[in-house]
Ligand binder design. Sequence first.
Ligand SMILES: NC(=O)c1ccc[n+]([C@@H]2O[C@H](COP(=O)([O-])OP(=O)(O)OC[C@H]3O[C@@H](n4cnc5c(N)ncnc54)[C@H](O)[C@@H]3O)[C@@H](O)[C@H]2O)c1
Ligand SMILES: [Zn+2]
Length: 369
Amino acid sequence: MKVVENVNWNYKQPVEIIFGSGRLSELEKTVGKAKAPLVVSDPTFVRNGLAGKILSVIGGEVFGNISANPDVSEVNECAELIRKNNSDVIIALGGGSTLDLAKAASLAVKDISVYHGTGKDVPSEHIPVIAVPTTSGTGSEVTCVSVLTDRSRGIKAPIVSESFYPKAALIDPELTLSVPPDVTASTGIDVLCHAVEGYWSKGHQPICDALAVGAIRLVFEFLPVCYAKPQDKYAREKLSEASVMAGLAFTLPKTTSSHACSFPLTNIYHIPHGEACGLTLDYFTRINAADERTVKLAELLGYDGADELADAIYDLKKSLRLRTSLADLNLDDSQISELVRLSRHPNMENNPISITDEILTDMYKKLSS
Ligand SMILES: NC(=O)c1ccc[n+]([C@@H]2O[C@H](COP(=O)([O-])OP(=O)(O)OC[C@H]3O[C@@H](n4cnc5c(N)ncnc54)[C@H](O)[C@@H]3O)[C@@H](O)[C@H]2O)c1
Ligand SMILES: [Zn+2]
C-alpha cells in the first residue's frame, strides 16, 4: 500500500520543558523575578497544602475555584483577580482543567465567551504561564489549546491560539503519584487518543509522527502498571513522558473524530474527558483502516493491520475498567440524533476518512445496544 505523506510542513514548539522527579524544587528559579505571582491551583492541592507551600516560597495569591471541565465564568473570575492584583506571572498547578483555565485567564479579558466557539482571534497580549501538570494527561502544558465549557450555552469547545503556549512546562512526575486509579485510567487513555489522532490527522507531519509513535508505545507499556501500582515511580515517569510527547504530537496536527465526539459525551452525560475520547477510539481505528497511514501506524506498532490495533485499544480499555459502551444510559433515537449533531465539531473534519452522519448514527447505536 502506497502511503501519502505531507511533504510540506512547519514545526514550532515555543515551550521550555523542564522534566524530572523532584524538579518542582526548581519552580522558584523557573518563575524568576516576579512582583505579583498568582498560583492557579486544582482544589486538591489547595486542600493538601502544596499550593500554600509554593506561595510561601514565591509569594502572591492562590486562585482555586476550578471545576473539572472549567466554565467560562470561572475563567472570568480568575481574570478579574489577575487584573485586580496586576499579576505578572501565573503558576498553573493541576490537571488539564486547571491548566486550561489558567491559559484562558492569562489573557485577563473581561469576558472569555467572546472568543469561545466564535472563531474570533484571541489577543496576543497575555501574562506568562508556568504550567505544572499533575495528571498524565492532557499535554496542555505544551499545547496552544484551552478547552472550556459554557454551561449556560450548553457547549464545550477548545479555543486555539499561540497566546496559549505556556512560557515553561515544569513536569514533575512525582506529582502524579497521588492520582487515583480511575483518573489514571481516564487521563492515560486521553494520552493514547492524542497520539493516535495526532498521527492519523490530516495535519500530520514527521516530527509529530515520531512523537506520536513513541508516546503510544509508552502508554501500552506503562499505563497498565500505573493503574495497578499507583506508587510505581518509574512507570509514572514514563507515563508523564508519554503525556508530554503526545501533547507535542497533536498540538500542531490537531485531534480528530474521537475528540470531536468527546465534547457532547462529557457535556451532556458527564463522562470524564479521557474516557469519553477513548470510548470511540477503537471504532474510529476500524473506520480509518481505509486510510493508508492508519494501517502504517498499526504496522509500526507491531500489529497486523488497523483491526488488530483497534482490538488492542479495546482490550486496554477493558483492563482499565473504562467504559466500552453507552448501554447503561438507555439513549433513545432523539438522544442519539442529538449526539450525532453535536459531534460535528471542526475536529471531525480533520479525520483522514470522511465521517458521515450515517457512520456516527451507526456507531452510537452499536455503542448503545
Ligand atoms: N489543553 C489541551 O490541550 C487539552 C487536551 C486534552 C484535554 N483537555 C481538557 O482538560 C480537561 C481534563 O483534564 P484532566 O484529564 O487532566 O483532568 P482534571 O484536571 O479535570 O482532573 C481530574 C481529577 O483529578 C484530580 N487530580 C488532578 N491531579 C491530581 C493528583 N495529582 N492527585 C490526585 N488528584 C488529582 C482533580 O482534582 C480532578 O478531580 C478537560 O476539560 C479536557 O477537555 C485539554
Ligand atoms: Zn484530550
